[in-house]
Design a protein around this ligand. Structure first.
Ligand code: HEM
Length: 623
């Protein structure tokens, strides 16, 4: 297991007198006090005690060995950002420290890498310096969480972040220049109170300001100190977003839907906080960050994660697995070692350059194959099958949602334009894909039936309380098609993102609503009278279907849609039935891990239909 610390700092042993160099006061300088110790001063003001780990690679490597750290990604300290200085001075200062960082890394036995800093008050200069640094071997950039009055959703900063994505630069956002300092003159409150608030502000500004909607998904961005107070107050933000239009900002989705767009580090110093952070962000989004070797850093790097109660696979991700992906360390290694990947390809086309698209990079095969984490110990042979079968179901559920959303959009358009048939044909074509996928999903249970019930029992105990009830996408499919049961939301309380998505599906018109809405818009379904009962409305919808079938010559296209919807309904019932058979074959009539009565509960779901009117029309036809 590789251990990578993505958030720690350095200071060179010495640097030029910046106040003299730029002719302006109050620049940081280093005052060596005794062997191996120094103070950072800002002008004539004391800023921080530091020690030789900041500048001496041997001391640093020895402490990394002591703490079992394989790789550290060093960055300068925000006090050097100089965003409020003239751009030429900030750029020159950035160059000095960026080159000093590379110099320190060059003595790090390939175990030290670096993030650069840029003059973010000038976007062109910042982009240029970032590109220079990426070519020189930095893995990315550390930026402050704001530039004066500008938050990270500022259009210029969004442009810079776009450039980071294009350059493949990892971004670490560090709080600085804390708000409300006049009320926090003592007790390190700017660090303990101001910094977490600043970081939360940065994340919230990016979400509500629509920055994540504009930025590409391949931007790798991480917020320091566990993302500050963001995770803990996400519920508050979400509540405001749903209940007060003024709190919406300009983002397209509820805030909790953006959690897969960024990372946070683990510098929260308390196991309960770490557990909460992982619970909110997910195990893929938290990375070891120590703030070493500063006074508020983790004393034994990685001990919080190592000594936590998190399962071993989660620890492995937090300690290094996630950071390896975040930093793309393998590709960067080649660049840092002076290899030219492009040149390599000319000699050996089979080994592509790091950036060149391959089968495996396009399909994310390495990441995909990393996603199976059996819980049994020693690992039970069949648990891998159990995980992979469920994962393939979830992938197909994703495709079904994708296609059914498109079916819904086509039917909506068809209703608005009765003379055009294209949308009706397209809806029927996509529905056919949905039925074919569902047919595969019914069949797939047989693979799981090759597992003996005794073998399942051997690891079932490790799965509680995870349950199929918590399949967000399955429930989303039901809600999307029109089977909406708000009570089922309770199973998604532990995952706010899924909960919010399901709430959205509950509110939105379903496929059922849109299908009958289209018939009504085309005059095929009479508007119900005001006092009509639910039963009368249902009968009217069934009769409208009957009328379509009776006038086949004029409605072949819509009949085709009806047939596909009926078949889909039928196949989903087959899925439910095969699932029950699998359940009984594996655990008999035992209770489920989700707390239901197991197969007897599941049998009650067999009567569920998405489009009961299509079935009722058949009864009416034979009347
Ligand atoms: C050995 C294999 C399996 C067993 C023993 C099993 C057992 C159960 C049980 C007992 C329930 C009822 C809820 C509860 O109390 O937990 C359930 C629900 C569910 N299971 Fe499975 N299951 C198995 C495989 C699968 C597979 C492969 C999938 C594929 C996605 C799946 C998806 C679901 C879904 C979506 C529900 C919720 C159904 C609903 O609420 O209508 N299950 N499962």
């Amino acid at each position: 297991m590789q251990v990578i610390d993505i958030h720690n700092h350095f200071f060179p042993r010495a640097w030029p007198d910046l106040a003299k160099r730029y002719g302006t006061p109050d620049w940081p300088w280093i005052k060596h006090t005794e062997t191996g110790k120094a103070d950072i001063m800002v002008g004539d003001r004391f800023f921080r005690h530091i020690y030789s780990a900041c500048w001496d690679p041997e001391v640093r490597l020895a402490e990394m060995d002591r703490d079992g750290v394989d790789l550290q990604v060093i960055s300068a300290t925000p006090v050097l950002f100089a965003y409020d200085r003239p751009v030429e001075h900030a750029l020159d200062c950035a160059c000095l420290f960026n080159d000093a960082a590379l110099d320190l890394c060059s003595h790090g036995n390939d175990r030290l890498k670096s993030l650069c800093q840029v003059p973010l008050q000038d976007i062109d200069a910042a982009c240029k310096e970032l590109s220079r640094c990426m070519r020189a071997g930095h893995l990315g950039v550390q930026i402050g969480n704001h530039v004066g009055e500008k938050n990270l959703d500022d259009p210029g900063i969004v442009t810079f972040l776009h450039h980071c994505a294009d350059e493949g630069a990892a971004v670490l956002v560090h709080p600085w220049d804390m708000l409300g300092q006049s009320r926090m003159p003592k007790y390190m409150m700017p660090w303990t109170v101001g910094m977490p608030a600043e970081t939360q502000l940065a994340v919230v500004a990016m979400i509500l300001g629509g920055a994540f909607d504009k930025l590409p998904r391949n931007l790798r961005i991480c917020f320091a100190h566990g993302g500050g107070s963001f995770a803990f107050l996400l519920g508050r933000l979400e509540n405001a977003w749903h209940r007060h239009p003024v709190a919406h900002g300009v983002c397209q989705l509820p805030p909790s839907r953006y959690l897969d767009r960024f990372f946070v580090d683990s510098a929260v110093f308390d196991e309960r906080a770490l557990q909460f952070l992982v619970g909110t962000m997910g195990t893929d989004r938290v990375m070891l960050g120590s703030d070493y070797p500063f006074p508020l850093g983790e004393e034994r790097i990685g001990s919080l994660i190592r000594e936590s109660q998190l399962p071993q696979p989660a620890k492995a991700k937090l300690l290094g697995g996630n950071a390896a992906g975040f930093l793309k360390v393998n590709g960067a290694k080649a660049a840092a070692q002076g290899e030219n990947p492009a040149a390599r390809t000319t000699h050996s086309p089979i080994v592509p350059a790091a950036e060149q698209l391959t089968y495996s990079s396009y399909l994310r095969v390495p990441e995909l194959l990393e996603l199976q984490h059996p819980q049994s110990s020693p690992e039970h042979h069949d648990e891998l099958l159990f995980i992979i079968v469920h994962q393939t179901y979830e992938l197909w559920f994703k495709e079904l949602l994708h296609d059914l959303d498109a079916v819904l959009a086509n039917l909506r358009k068809a209703g608005g334009n009765p003379n055009s048939r294209d949308e009706v044909y397209e809806a029927a074509r996509l529905l056919r894909r949905c039925t074919e996928i569902t047919r595969v999903l019914v069949e797939q249970f047989t693979i799981l039936e090759t597992m003996l019930p005794t073998h399942f029992q051997a690891f079932r105990g490790n799965l509680e309380p995870a349950s199929g009830f918590q399949s967000e996408q399955f429930r989303e499919l039901e809600f999307l098609c029109g089977l909406k049961d708000e009570k089922m939301l309770r199973y998604h309380k532990p995952t706010p993102g899924a909960h919010a998505q399901l709430e959205r599906r509950l509110r939105e018109p379903s496929l059922h609503d849109v299908f009958f809405g289209a018939l009504a818009a085309m005059g095929k379904l009479p508007t119900p009278t005001d006092g009509a009962t639910e039963q009368e409305r249902f009968d009217a919808r069934a009769r409208a279907i009957l009328a379509l079938y009776k006038d086949e010559v004029h409605h072949r296209d819509w009949i085709d849609v009806c047939e596909r919807l009926t078949e889909f309904d039928e196949l989903v019932v087959s899925w439910r039935l095969r699932h029950i058979q699998l359940v009984e074959r594996t655990i008999g009539v035992r209770m489920g891990t989700g707390g239901s009565t197991g197969s007897s509960y599941l049998k009650l779901t067999l009567d569920k239909k998405f489009f009961p009117e299509l079935w009722e029309a058949r009864t009416l036809l034979t009347e």
